[in-house]
Write a protein that binds this ligand. Structure first.
Ligand code: BGC
Length: 446
């Protein structure tokens, strides 16, 4: 007998929808040695005074975390491979670490979960960083070599691939805003990084297809992007200056990278309009991460830096990261992304909050907006919550709680939060009930 108190499903998602969560290597594994760990060890960089260290020890505890993901009903799991483990010295592969990731992949699949593998999530091997990191054009070849190695070594276990997590966020935080290592603020370097990451993304697409496409016994792999998106909205819709600036930022931040990938025309900030045919259409699906709206007041300094966001009455609050909760933004972005004519995967969406009920609210109300876009014809295939477990939130440290599952860093114990079960109920029903909607709409209105 269905439990009446759970209500009726009023927003049904498409059959076969991928539900799950995402993590990254550096933020969870522990024991990594790369440009971040070296930068952190110098002290004074992480807001809560921590260093990543053993993080959540996912490297050793992955079976337990995957059991939890399974128990929470997830059918998809996004994680990243740590380049510095695989190629600790230039051109030298570490077979033991390859075996480790093969074990992780087997453990995911054994639980009936689909893995989505990201090849780069903000961290670089020390030798690569030492040669100038992503500013150096050689980074494109280095990444290509790494990608083709992993396609050969892991390809039998992976169907869904993404090359580089959030190229624009990485380039801005590391080379424009000077927040992440190497803490540079230089537009020329920013542009080189973005260009090199674009070329690397396209190469990864071709490498993976060339290598795995040859194997006729397996189904064709899908290789996508993971693009960070902000919903830029004019603070005052009636002010043409606010409107122009919001529209400029949308093109600069959201659209230019994807336009280049779609057309092969490399416009600013990545190029001067030259055509590179290998870049054209080099993605099977469009992965995107959505966290927030950014209200734009012409000339204001808050732009792209979330420390002091502007808010309006229609905001559902500010998270501990300083991001505004604005579910409708995901709807507008999906509607816009439709113009790229590719399947859409929401590869990250989440909130860092102390009050877990607000996490459940955020999940339900974002999914309501995703459903609205699907109903209007958008081809959305997946929703992955960030993150399965609390983890190391880059320059903010450990005090930002994004997890469906709480982590006690002293004991490495895990405890699913109530929001994890709200999400589980959604996954089990493949939809949202009237009871959920009413409850969280009310909470949002408070
Ligand atoms: C990144 C994650 C990060 C999350 C929350 C995304 O931009 O991919 O690594 O933890 O945002 O800030």
């Amino acid at each position: 007998m269905p439990d009446k108190s759970e209500g009726n499903v009023v927003l049904k998602f498409p059959k076969g929808f991928l539900w799950g969560s995402a993590i990254s290597a550096y933020q969870t594994e522990g024991g990594n040695n790369n440009q971040w760990s070296v930068w952190e060890s110098k002290g004074g960089h992480i807001k809560d005074g921590s260093v990543c260290g053993m993080a959540c020890d996912f490297y050793h505890l992955y079976e337990r975390d995957l059991d939890i993901a399974k128990e929470l009903g997830h059918n998809t799991f996004r994680f990243s491979v740590e380049w510095a483990r695989i190629e600790p010295k230039k051109g030298e592969w570490n077979k033991k670490e390859v075996e480790h990731y093969r074990d992780v992949l087997k453990a995911i699949k054994k639980r009936g979960i689909t893995p989505l593998v990201t090849l780069h999530h903000f961290t670089n091997p020390l030798w690569m960083e030492g040669e100038g990191g992503w500013v150096n054009p050689k980074s494109v070849d280095y990444f290509k070599r790494y990608t083709s190695y992993l396609a050969q070594e892991l390809g039998d276990l992976v169907n869904l691939w993404t090359a580089i997590n959030e190229p624009t966020a990485y380039a801005s935080a590391s080379y424009m805003l000077g927040k992440f290592p190497p803490q540079v603020s230089d537009m020329d370097q920013y542009q080189s990084v973005l260009r090199n990451m674009l070329l690397a993304t396209a190469n990864a697409y071709h490498e993976i297809h060339d290598i795995l496409g040859r194997n006729i016994t397996r189904s064709a792999p899908k290789v996508g992007t993971v693009k960070d998106m902000q919903y830029f909205q004019p603070y005052d819709e009636n002010n043409p200056k606010d409107r122009n600036e919001a529209s400029f930022l949308h093109k600069f931040y959201n659209a230019s990278f994807l336009d280049a990938l779609k057309t092969g025309k490399i416009t600013p900030p990545m190029g001067t309009g030259e055509q590179i045919d290998t870049v054209k259409d080099a993605f099977d699906f469009l992965g995107f991460n959505y966290y927030s709206r950014m209200l734009i007041r012409a000339g204001a300094r808050e732009v792209l830096d979330a420390d002091k966001p502007l808010t309006r009455k229609d905001s559902l609050g500010i998270t501990d990261m300083g991001y505004e909760i604005y579910p409708e933004g995901i709807y507008h972005l999906i509607k816009w992304l439709k113009s790229y004519s590719k399947p859409i995967y929401i590869t990250e969406n989440g909130v860092a909050v102390q009050d877990d009920e607000r996490r459940a609210m955020s999940i339900v109300l974002h999914l309501e907006q995703v459903h609205r876009a699907i109903k209007e014809g958008a081809d959305v295939k997946a929703y992955l919550y960030w993150s399965l477990i609390d983890n190391f939130e880059w320059d903010s440290g450990f005090d930002k709680k994004f997890g469906l599952v709480e982590v006690d860093y002293r004991t490495q114990e895990r405890k699913p939060r109530p929001s994890a079960y709200v999400y589980k109920a959604i996954i089990e029903k493949n939809g949202i009930t009237d009871v959920m909607l009413n409850k969280y709409r009310k909470l949002a209105a408070r």
